[in-house]
Design a protein around this ligand. Structure first.
Ligand SMILES: [Zn+2]
Ligand SMILES: [Zn+2]
Length: 94
């Protein structure tokens, strides 16, 4: 899967809708707006931040979590991303 930064905004949002996953750790903007933070590996910004005009910084909110909880959340997020990669590549198998 090739991710080009030159993809147009509309394509990008469509791709995130199709390929994205719900972020375990929402970004600050989504937390503020109480929205689901939806992101994909092909973008460093979440759907909400791209739709919001792209000027918003997409930063994961730093926690109110304890250190251990935070690490657990980061790990969960990585696992979701890894699982998605697997399911994408396995769908190409004969
Ligand atoms: Zn977000
Ligand atoms: Zn964001």
């Amino acid at each position: 899967m090739v991710c080009r930064s030159s993809v147009r905004k509309n394509n990008l949002t469509t791709r995130i809708e199709e390929e994205g996953f719900r972020a375990v750790i929402p970004c600050e903007r989504c937390v503020r707006l109480k929205r689901v933070c939806f992101r994909a590996e092909c973008s460093d910004k979440c759907l909400g931040c791209i739709a919001g005009g792209g000027r918003a910084k997409c930063v994961m909110s730093k926690p109110t979590y304890s250190d251990a909880e935070w690490r657990k959340l980061v790990k969960m997020q990585q696992e979701i991303a890894a699982q998605r990669k697997e399911s994408v590549s396995s769908s190409y198998a004969p």
